[in-house]
Design a protein around this ligand. Sequence first.
Ligand code: AMP
Length: 205
Amino acid sequence: MKLLLLGPVGSGKGTQAAIISKKYNIPHISTGEIFRWNIQNETELGKIVKPIVESGNLVPEELTNKLVEDRIKKQDCENGFILDGYPRNLAQAYALDKMTNLDKVILINLSEDEIIKRLSSRRMCSKCKQPTSLQWLVNGKCEKCGGEVYVRNDDKPEVIKVRLETNKVPNELIDFYKNKGIFYKIDATNDVEETFQLLDVILKK
Ligand code: AMP
């Protein structure tokens, strides 16, 4: 199953992608996560994209397209994958179309007020690398593995505003997948488990 999860930043698509990845045994490919890994590990790519990612702007197309093309050729993608954070615009969708054909595109929808509320309480776990939230922490640590948590540089309030603006899901991207007949939309206002149930109905179709 080749899947794309669309949604505004903070909609919980990363969390949902991790759940789907485990249940369906297909890799979760988050371009944002790959860029952050490269930044943390000070790779050549990391050095180039660090100022761009940390200011909340988009990494140039050539770099992003090549990164995804190389990643989905890997053996663990044989039975499919979940794309998260790519494609973000029509140009990237055309580029992806030349690499592979998606089976389903699901938009996880959430209001802007709810997004800001969620992003300012989001924490990342330094051990299991999964996102969590202030209210889920146990004794200030990750509720899943007990790891130390931190605030992503791009989850700081001044950067959240830029990211909301630059990362809106463009209507033409939605139309592109609607025209292919593979577009679905769910509402993510409910909790993680309920949102996953809505997603799973679509995945089983
Ligand atoms: P995300 O975790 O998806 O919010 O991505 C974090 C940051 O990584 C973004 O604000 C961009 O700087 C960069 N990034 C991730 N995916 C893409 C993409 N498809 N195109 C360009 N830049 C990206």
